[in-house]
Write a protein that binds this ligand. Structure first.
Ligand code: UD1
Ligand code: CA
Length: 473
C-alpha cells in the first residue's frame, strides 16, 4: 500500500482577466482543461483522493472535471465566497473527513507543475520533522508574488504577500509558488486561526507558513519558475501552452518519434505514438489519438480522436476525425476521414476521397475523388474515381453494402439502400438503384449513339455564319 496522500486543488477563482463566459480552469491547453493538469499530477504523484474546490461557475467546472476523471477518486467542495486561498483550502475539509496524513495543495490554473517536482516536494515533507513543505523559486521578476522570509540559519519564517510587503521585503527574489504539502491535523488547525487582517482583507493560506515555522522547520524545495507560473489571461495561456507543447514534443522525440519541424507540430497531452514514426511540419494531433510505429504523417495533416496502425503512410494535408485506420494503409494526400471511418489493413484512400461511417475491409482501394458514406465495403474492392454513395434521401440515411472483390467503375452513383454482391462488376457511369447479385455485371448508363460525320457537318455550318451569328448573304 502506498503511504497516505491526498490533494486539494483550488479551482474557485473568477479568472476575470480571461474575459470569458467559460471558467478559467476549463480553458483548454493542448487538448485538456487547465485544471486537468494539476488534478492528473496529483494522482500521478500517488494521491488516493483529490478534492477540487469550486466556486465561480461551479457547476460547469464540476461537470467537466467529473467527466474527465470518471471512475477516479476526485471529489468536489464548494467555496461559497472567494475569501482567499486559506478559506478555499478550508472548504475542502468536509470532503476529507476521516482522512489523516499529508495533503498536497495545488492551484487549478497552474498547468505545468511536473510530477518530478511534486515527488521531490512529497519527499522533502516525508524526510522533514515539520508539518509543512513548500515550493519556492526565483523568477526574473518576483513582483506580485508572496516573498519568502528567512531568518537565522536561513530558516524559513513566513511568507509576506507583495501587497503587504515593505519596500525592503519586496527586494527579496525568492517567492512562494503556492504549492505545499501539509499535515492534515496541522493544516485544519492552522486554517482555523486565520484572520483577514491584511492589505487584501483575505484569509491567506500563506499565513500557515509562519505557524509551521513556530512548530519546527519548514521544508523547502526550489523549482524552475516556469513550472509554477499560473494562467491569468489568454496571453499567459498561450505562453504556458507553448512550453507544454515543447515538453510533449521533446518527450516523443526522446521516445523515438521523428518530428521534422517540432516548432510547428502540435501534439495534445495523452497522445501515444510508436517509435520510428515520422511527423511532418504543421501537423496537429489532437484529442485521444493512438499512432502506431513506423507511421508517416505528411505535412499539414490534422488528426483528431483517431487511431493509426503500424506502417501506415498518411500523405500531406489529410484530415482525420474519429477514424480508426489499420496497419499499412495509404491515405491521402488530401483525404478526409470523417467520424465512424474504419479502415482495415492495407486500405488505400487517395486524394479528395471522403469517408463517413464507412468501413473498408482489407486491401480495398478508393484512390481518387469519391464520397463513401454509411457504407460497408468488403475486402479487395476497387472503387473507381468519382464514385458516390447517395446515402441521404433528404430525410433518412441509408446503407450501401458491397461484398468482397467488387469492382465499381468510375463515376458510379450507388443509390442507397443498395447491396452489391461478392465479385460483382459495376460498369463506369452507372446509377445503381437495385441490388446487384454476386458475380454479376450491372450497367445502367444509356447506350452510346454514334453519328458518322456529324462533327464535320457542324463545323461547316458554323463557318458559314458571320461573326455576329447571322448567316452570310
Ligand atoms: C498566491 C499566494 C502567493 C504566491 C502566489 C503564487 C496567497 C495568499 N498568496 O497569491 O504567496 O506567491 O499564489 O502564484 O495564497 N483561489 C480560490 N479561492 C479563493 C482565492 C483563490 O480558489 O478564495 C484560487 C485561485 O483561483 C487561484 C489560486 O487559488 O487558482 C491562487 O489564488 P490567487 O488569488 O491568484 O493568489 P495569488 O494572489 O496569486
Ligand atoms: Ca495567481
Amino acid at each position: 500500500m502506498n503511504p497516505p496522500l491526498a490533494a486539494v486543488v483550488l479551482c474557485a477563482g473568477k479568472g476575470t482577466r480571461m474575459n470569458s463566459q467559460m471558467a478559467k480552469v476549463l480553458h483548454p491547453i493542448l487538448g485538456r482543461p487547465l485544471a486537468w493538469y494539476p488534478v492528473t499530477r496529483a494522482f500521478d504523484v500517488g494521491c488516493q483522493q483529490v478534492v477540487a474546490v469550486v466556486g465561480h461557475q461551479a457547476d460547469q467546472v464540476k461537470s467537466t472535471l467529473s467527466k474527465a476523471f470518471e471512475g477516479q477518486a476526485l471529489a468536489f467542495s464548494l467555496q461559497q465566497q472567494q475569501r482567499g486561498t486559506g478559506d478555499a483550502v478550508a472548504a475542502a475539509r468536509g470532503a476529507l473527513t476521516g482522512y489523516s496524513g499529508p495533503i498536497l495543495v495545488l492551484y487549478g490554473d497552474v498547468p505545468l507543475i511536473s510530477v518530478e517536482t511534486l515527488q521531490k516536494l512529497v519527499q522533502a515533507y516525508r524526510s522533514s520533522k515539520g508539518p509543512l513543505a513548500m515550493i519556492t523559486c526565483r523568477p526574473a521578476n518576483p513582483s506580485g508574488y508572496g516573498r519568502v522570509l528567512r531568518g537565522h540559519g536561513h530558516r524559513v519564517q513566513g511568507v509576506i504577500e507583495h501587497k503587504d510587503a515593505t519596500p525592503e521585503q519586496r527586494l527579496i527574489n525568492e517567492i512562494n509558488a503556492g504549492i505545499y504539502v501539509a499535515d492534515s491535523h496541522f493544516l485544519w488547525g492552522a486554517l482555523e486561526t486565520l484572520t483577514p487582517a491584511n492589505a487584501q482583507g483575505e484569509l491567506y493560506l500563506t499565513d500557515i507558513v509562519a505557524k509551521a515555522a513556530e512548530h519546527g522547520e519548514v521544508a523547502v524545495i526550489e523549482a524552475d519558475p516556469r513550472e509554477v507560473e499560473g494562467v491569468n489571461d489568454r496571453a499567459e495561456l498561450a505562453e504556458r501552452a507553448e512550453l507544454l507543447r515543447t515538453r510533449i514534443n521533446k518527450r516523443h522525440m526522446q521516445a523515438g518519434v521523428t518530428l521534422t519541424n517540432p516548432a510547428t507540430i502540435f501534439i495534445d497531452e495523452g497522445v501515444e505514438i510508436g517509435p520510428d514514426t515520422v511527423i511532418g511540419a504543421n501537423v496537429t494531433i489532437a484529442g485521444e489519438c493512438e499512432i502506431g510505429s513506423g507511421v508517416t504523417i505528411g505535412q499539414g495533416s490534422v488528426l483528431t480522436h483517431s487511431t493509426i496502425g503500424d506502417g501506415t503512410d498518411v500523405k500531406p494535408y489529410s484530415v482525420f476525425e474519429d477514424a480508426v485506420v489499420g496497419p499499412r494503409c495509404h491515405i491521402g494526400p488530401f483525404a478526409r476521414l470523417r467520424p465512424g471511418t474504419v479502415l482495415d489493413e492495407g486500405v488505400h484512400i487517395g486524394n479528395f476521397v471522403e469517408t463517413k461511417k464507412t468501413r473498408l475491409k482489407k486491401g480495398s482501394k478508393a484512390n481518387h475523388l469519391a464520397y463513401l458514406g454509411d457504407a460497408e465495403i468488403g475486402a479487395g474492392c476497387n472503387i473507381g474515381a468519382g464514385t458516390i454513395t447517395c446515402n441521404y434521401d433528404g430525410v433518412n440515411k441509408h446503407q450501401t453494402v458491397l461484398g468482397d472483390g467488387v469492382f465499381i467503375g468510375s463515376d458510379t452513383q450507388l443509390v442507397a439502400p443498395v447491396t452489391v454482391g461478392d465479385g460483382a462488376f459495376v460498369a463506369a457511369g452507372s446509377t445503381i438503384t437495385e441490388d446487384v447479385p454476386a458475380q454479376a455485371l450491372a450497367l445502367s448508363r444509356a447506350a452510346q449513339t454514334v453519328k458518322e460525320g456529324w462533327a464535320e457537318r457542324r463545323r461547316k455550318v458554323l463557318a458559314g455564319m458571320s461573326g455576329d451569328g447571322k448567316k452570310k448573304e
